[in-house]
Write a protein that binds this ligand. Structure first.
Ligand SMILES: [Zn+2]
Length: 113
């Protein structure tokens, strides 16, 4: 966690910095439910992370690429969400809700084609 009590959070800047650090290319998409992470090409597709929900989704997709992955598909989803939460500037109720929604609907998502 970062020290952020007195500074204004900047979700977009944080995602930009993480993608720079981990050498991830970002494609901007419109529909949050269509978000994806392609491991081989190190590309994520996410909505512009200008609010808490889209920020959480972007962190989750980055997590798919940078967190050590093992186990089943649902294990990987949990690992990616946990990475997102651990690395977030903050984790609020909206973000927790999208995490739970994501875990509940993971079967609909295609992350690696
Ligand atoms: Zn996922």
């Amino acid at each position: 966690m970062y020290q952020h009590q007195s500074i204004r959070l900047d979700y977009q800047e944080h995602i930009r910095l993480l993608c720079e650090r981990y050498r991830i290319n970002v494609g901007i998409i419109n529909e949050p439910l269509d978000s994806f992470a392609h491991t081989r090409s190190r590309v994520i597709g996410v909505p512009i992370p200008n609010n808490a929900l889209n920020y959480a989704i972007a962190l989750h997709e980055i997590g798919h690429l940078v967190a050590p992955m093992f186990g089943s598909r649902i294990d990987c989803e949990i690992i990616a969400w946990n990475w997102a939460q651990d690395n977030a500037l903050e984790w609020n109720k909206d973000m927790e809700r999208i995490k739970q929604t994501g875990l509940n609907s993971y079967l609909k998502h295609i992350h690696d084609i």
